[in-house]
Ligand binder design. Sequence first.
Ligand code: LLP
Length: 386
Amino acid sequence: MKGAFPVEKFKDVRTPFYYYDTKVLRETLNTVNKEAAKYEKFSVHYAVKANANHKVLSIIRESGLGADCVSGGEIRAAVKAGIPANKIVFAGVGKADWEINLGLEYGIFCFNVESIPELEIINELAGVQGKVANVAFRINPNVGAHTHANITTGLAENKFGISMGDMDKVIDVALTMSNIKFVGLHFHIGSQILDMSDFVALCNRVNELQEKLFARQIIVEHINVGGGLGIDYKHPNRQSIPDFAAYFATYAQHLKLRPRQTVHFELGRAIVGQCGSLISRVLYVKQGTNKQFAVLDAGMTDLIRPALYQAFHKIENISSEEPVEAYDVVGPICESSDVFGKAIDLNKVKRGDLIALRSAGAYGEIMASTYNCRELPQGYTSEEFI
Ligand code: LLP
């Protein structure tokens, strides 16, 4: 056992694979529930897009969280894991008819709607099924988040949401529709946010919009503020559980709620990020002109975040205690961007060593691809190695 990894038990397991430490996951879920419960009307949904592994989802379901889904496939995965349909919200800028029908058939809690054309189709399909669909409007709050450009979503130039200026018009349309019940507002400003002032900016914007609605004598039942709380990629052991206390307190302090309003959260990365690692074997140690490479059997097909977002994942040699040397850690894919890290200090590496890429529980396994005709990595929980 090195660190938290049962290295001995990994010997005969085909690599690369995802390893989920259920102790970390359960502790994280307990903390989320404990901190959210301090506020009477806070309701947390897990953003399934971060990780839809069935074993992980089942543990999340045990904790009682709802689900935030962005496709029919995610709705199916959530239902299969036992998450009740009345705790599922369904978002996404391009919902296909079959996906809307699926949501209606299951009787999900709410559709987060992003345009009038989408609203019209939901109204029509709900009519065919003889149902009334709960909808929340996703409003683009034009709030920037201090995060990577590819994962900021709340600026006016993003494709997401309805602009603030169009909010009244969209609500007017909804109020005329017989198979639509307008129940809430939805927001999401981006992901991997660590600066609480970004969430404060969102709260201020929500408050402004609520004032506008109040002037029209409209009080919505549900305010959904999305997700986005980040994790500490540099120090996965030092802070394996994100600061949920500060996160929820920020909303409690800055959101001006009306009586009986529920606040919904859609957290993905903060819930599953730190429990997962990608475990890989070293195929070769290759000498370059003035550096050495550790060539892994995992590549960008297994964990695309470094290639796609220049994301940092801590890399550890979990099968060596030898003195540290510097390596460029690369994968086997035929792309120059298939690099996990440059000049990384690792305990001296040899062929066959096991390498852990940490903090990979969110947007890791779920974003894997079969490029180069590779197999998808398997995902195992720590309970399978006991
Ligand atoms: N709600 C909405 C509407 C979202 O778009 C997202 C993430 C979430 C909730 C969950 O956000 P989280 O709590 O995980 O930050 N693949 C990228 C992240 C993309 C996030 C997309 N939306 C990455 O690997 O960093």
